[in-house]
Design a protein around this ligand. Structure first.
Ligand code: NAD
Ligand code: SER
Length: 315
């Protein structure tokens, strides 16, 4: 793993993963790519390639020019946007993924990492302490693309020896870059509205309990899996990763410890139906056993830090 290409680097996760890569591997060894331009200077220390992940030739050219041996593909359409445009979700999440996989095989890349999601679960899955291996029949296009990605990871590992790694991220909470159109985005928006207006109207129902994770844990877990000893890994693109679980009510109560006047109300929309069949919690014993995962951020610590950091932006 000497030279890394991060595709979709300007999004919620990439904009925080890339600086961490820079610290660890050196800016010269990390090339960033996105279909968007880095207008806000999010990853200003790296070589930048404007690449659409559905463009095979553009990715190949970057691999050759920069002598890339590792790809992290974060380019995706998330759950809520995916329901509004299922064709686009398939094109980017699957056609784009296949480009990365085919080039990974062609150039014998050291490893490829592509996130999965809690969206792989569905109405027939076990939704409390959701097992690593269970029925995966999601009812969103986003979930379908993520299950397909996990199956492709197993297939290309088995048949082509491609070292494909991925985590089923829970909802990621962060303040640096806004989330990109998912069902768990409420757990970020709420902090801005709490600080600006002391009230928030949630698009999920009050009892929607979902697994969530603070960005520092997400980045640490991602790097742990990326660097894990291959011989210890029993899975490929589908590690469950847990940190905390809460409903909007529980989150609001935690925020109220800092802002007593804060009020939450509910106006559920189509995203309530998405959240309904996602797990309340996940069993991450494989990640713990195979590569030493343990979260460091719980809900009280996350809320305190988010309020402190978002306050700096809002003010
Ligand atoms: P995001 O939407 O914030 O960022 C995605 C990035 O990909 C954006 O910068 C966007 O410009 C770029 N992109 C979109 N289409 C592209 C294309 N055709 N070619 C190249 N780049 C393109 O997403 P994120 O939250 O950073 O998610 C990264 C990965 O993690 C995705 O696979 C997502 O499914 C997964 N994930 C995220 C969460 C979460 O809560 N953030 C949870 C589970 C899984
Ligand atoms: N946070 C993501 C979403 O809501 C989960 O994959 O789409």
């Amino acid at each position: 793993m000497k030279k890394i290409l991060v595709i979709g680097a300007l999004g919620q996760i990439g904009s925080e993963l890339t600086p961490e890569f820079n610290k660890r591997y050196g800016c010269d060894n990390v090339v960033v790519a996105d279909v968007a331009y880095d207008k806000h200077g999010v990853v200003k220390d790296n070589a930048f390639e404007k690449i659409d992940v559905t463009d095979y030739n553009a990715i190949e050219s970057a691999i050759k020019r920069h002598r890339i041996d590792t790809i992290i593909n974060l380019a995706a359409i998330l759950s809520a946007k995916g329901e509004q445009n299922p064709d686009l979700a398939w094109r980017i999440n699957i056609d784009g993924l296949l480009n990365v996989i085919r080039l990974g095989v062609k150039y014998k890349l050291d490893r490829v990492m592509v996130p999965s999601s809690i969206a792989v679960f569905g109405p027939q899955s076990v939704l409390y302490n959701a097992p690593q291996e269970t029925v995966l029949k999601p009812n969103t296009m986003y979930g379908i693309t993520k299950v397909t990605g996990e199956l492709l990871a197993d297939y290309y590992f088995r048949n082509f020896g491609l070292d494909f790694r991925g985590i089923r991220y829970p909802g990621i909470i962060s303040y640096k870059t806004p989330p990109g159109g998912g069902t768990t985005d409420y757990a970020v928006e709420i902090f801005y509205d709490a600080l600006k207006h002391k009230k928030y109207t949630c698009f999920l129902s009050s009892e929607a309990c979902l697994p969530m994770m603070y960005m520092p844990d997400c980045i640490r877990g991602t790097i742990m899996l990326l660097e894990a000893d291959r011989s210890k890994l029993q899975h490929h693109g589908n590690y469950n990763l847990g940190a905390m679980s809460f409903t909007p009510e529980i989150l609001a109560a935690e925020i109220r410890k800092h802002i007593p006047e804060f009020e939450i109300s509910y106006k559920p929309d189509f995203r309530r139906e998405i959240a309904k069949y996602w797990p309340a919690s996940v069993d991450d014993s494989s990640a713990r056993a195979e590569w030493g995962w343990a979260p460091q951020w719980d809900l009280p610590a996350t809320v305190a830090d988010m309020l402190k950091e978002v306050a700096k932006k809002v003010n």
